[in-house]
Design a protein around this ligand. Structure first.
Ligand code: B1M
Length: 207
């Protein structure tokens, strides 16, 4: 029931309630994956559905995203096991033309929690910026997120630029429209459909 309340609070853009309810569920020792997947992410999926059906519009999507983010911030310290020593640097960002950052932030938080040094370049990041950040920070992994079918080609452009620059850094991709087949096609080193999977992938690729 209480997780359903979190879902409803995101759906009604009620940031203050989202914060309060997520905090209360943490204190009640509710499973964190359930809070995240059924409460926060579940609500964003519903918002997306309603947007497709013309029932909600961009401003509402934005308000829901803000409410979801406020819940995510409270979950952040609990998202992954802490790790004392750095496992290497991951450069992460949402590709050029794309402003969606919730999934990317989730991946970044989980990477941090798992002990990676994370450099988050934000959203709408062009290929040159990924290349420069990977080079300057001797990154082991570059992680690319895209939520729009129209920005998926920017993943290809970015991976091409990384290879043309002669960097041997591993590239991983993800985001709702991205698939393993697409990752193979653009010669990314790995693909994951969720944030915990992205952490596992990064660990495996640089082991
Ligand atoms: Co946008 N939007 N949006 N939007 N939005 C979608 C993506 C859409 C599917 C909605 C729909 O039509 N049903 C649709 C895309 C259609 C398509 O291309 N196939 C869409 C559209 C069309 C648009 C605009 C074009 C709308 C317009 O202006 N007409 C516009 C584009 C702006 C732009 O980017 N240039 C737009 C704008 C926005 C807002 C700004 C209002 C807002 C974003 C706010 C923000 O991010 N700060 C927004 C939102 C909130 C959404 C939905 C509703 C929710 C996205 C989200 O945060 N989900 C979304 C519908 C949906 O996805 N259900 C939609 C929760 C998040 C945790 O999931 O990001 O998928 P996600 O991350 C997942 C996995 O994908 C994975 O891990 C996470 C789970 O663990 N993952 C990775 C993500 N990145 C990864 C990287 C990895 C590995 C895994 O490795 C590197």
């Amino acid at each position: 029931m209480a997780i359903q309340d979190i879902f409803q609070a995101v759906m009604t853009f009620d940031e203050a309630s989202v914060k309060k309810l997520v905090q209360a569920e943490l204190e009640a020792k509710t499973d964190i994956d359930a809070i995240l997947n059924e409460g926060l992410i579940g609500a964003m999926d519903e918002v997306g559905k309603k947007f497709s059906e013309g029932e909600l519009f961009v401003p509402e999507m934005l308000m829901a995203a803000q409410a979801m983010k406020s819940g995510l911030e409270i979950l952040k310290p609990h998202l992954a096991e802490g790790a004392a020593e750095s496992k290497g640097t991951v450069v992460i960002g949402t590709v050029k033309g794309d402003l969606h950052d919730i999934g990317k932030n989730l991946v970044a938080m989980m990477m941090e929690g798992a002990g990676f040094n994370v450099i988050d370049l934000g959203v709408d990041v062009d290929a040159a910026k990924f290349v420069a950040a990977a080079k300057d920070n001797k990154a082991r992994v570059v992680a690319l997120s895209a939520l729009l079918t129209t920005t998926m080609p920017a993943m290809q452009t970015t991976i091409n630029a990384i290879r043309e620059a002669g960097l041997t850094v591993k590239t991983i991709v993800g985001g709702a429209p991205v698939t393993q087949a697409f990752a193979d096609q653009i010669k990314a080193d790995g693909y994951s459909d969720d944030a915990p999977g992205a952490v596992e992938l990064a660990r495996r690729l640089i082991a």
